[in-house]
Design a protein around this ligand. Structure first.
Ligand SMILES: NC(=O)c1ccc[n+]([C@@H]2O[C@H](COP(=O)([O-])OP(=O)(O)OC[C@H]3O[C@@H](n4cnc5c(N)ncnc54)[C@H](O)[C@@H]3O)[C@@H](O)[C@H]2O)c1
Length: 262
């Protein structure tokens, strides 16, 4: 979806190859949910900026495609296939990462189930919030380099608006609560921040913009377009980057101004 003139056209990162946000080439970024949407855009943009990428996802096929794409442009990538809410996957994934790239300076906790799935509440919170905590604690135990940083993909849901799915709003607010805890009590090890995407054009929202509910939201977004996966990825990468060295504990809405119209 393209933007209107003067309404914040989405950046085309493929033409922005001089942008590196101050990252050191060869540093490692781990991103979960990397096979699709926002996580995939984080992985691709990070690789373009010279970072090594550890890409984790449930979906083996799309993850392999991502790895091929990064490899074809000379980037370095390793993949972990599995569920980030599963203890063994996380333990084994970090062991593999240690053997390949060593500790990752940057962690993007991005994976999470779609709000459209009718999950049982307790189980949904375990998956959505528990996975972020498990990934973060395991990552922190690897012996982090100076300047380490973590960003969680939360949502406007639960943090700035209440949405229909009870577990989704509750989980996204809980993830941000955990981020605030980390920012306050673990800042000696790493910085922690949250990005809150608004309505974002990823496979999970395919067709939604054309629905009545989607049109209603679009009509209230001052920038008059959905966010792109790159819009979210670049905000995540900024918060991870050295440019954000003094940013700790914030929730950054990336929603085209939607929530200020609520
Ligand atoms: N798209 C939006 O409008 C929107 C809005 C607000 C927040 N978000 C959040 O952004 C994040 C990414 O969403 P997206 O829109 O890119 O979705 P997406 O469906 O395009 O991609 C999500 C990826 O995460 C993977 N994944 C899900 N659960 C996993 C698990 N337990 N272990 C490993 N991998 C897992 C999926 O396989 C998929 O590849 C999610 O946390 C979502 O809640 C999205």
């Amino acid at each position: 979806m393209t933007g209107q003139p003067g309404r914040g056209r989405p950046l085309d990162p493929t033409t922005q190859d001089r942008v590196d946000l101050g990252f050191t080439r060869g540093d490692t970024l781990l991103v979960t949910g990397a096979a699709s949407g926002i996580g995939r855009a984080v992985a691709l943009n990070a690789a373009r900026m010279g970072l090594r990428v550890s890409a984790w996802d449930l979906q083996a096929g799309p993850l392999a495609t991502l790895a091929e794409e990064i490899g074809a442009t000379g980037g370095e990538v390793m993949t972990v296939v599995g569920d980030v809410s599963d203890e063994a996957t996380v333990r084994d994934g970090f062991a593999e990462l240690a053997g390949r790239f060593g500790p990752a300076r940057y962690l993007a906790n991005n994976a999470g189930p779609p709000s459209s799935v009718p999950l049982e509440f307790d189980e949904a919170v375990r998956i959505s919030v528990g996975s972020v905590r498990r990934m973060t604690e395991t990552w922190a135990a690897t012996g982090l380099p100076e300047g380490a940083a973590m960003v969680a993909t939360t949502s406007v849901a639960g943090n700035l608006v209440g949405t229909e799915s009870d577990w989704y709003s509750a989980s996204k607010a809980a993830v941000m609560g955990y981020v605030r805890h980390l920012a306050a009590h673990r800042a000696g090890e790493f910085r922690s921040n949250g990005v809150a995407p608004g309505m974002t054009d990823t496979p999970r929202l395919a067709g939604y913009a054309d629905s009545e509910a989607g049109q209603h939201i679009l009509g209230r977004i001052p920038l008059r377009r959905m966010g792109s996966a790159d819009d979210m990825a670049l905000a995540i990468l900024f918060l991870l980057s050295p440019l954000a060295a003094y940013v700790n504990g914030v929730l950054l809405p990336v929603d085209g101004g939607w929530t200020v119209t609520q």
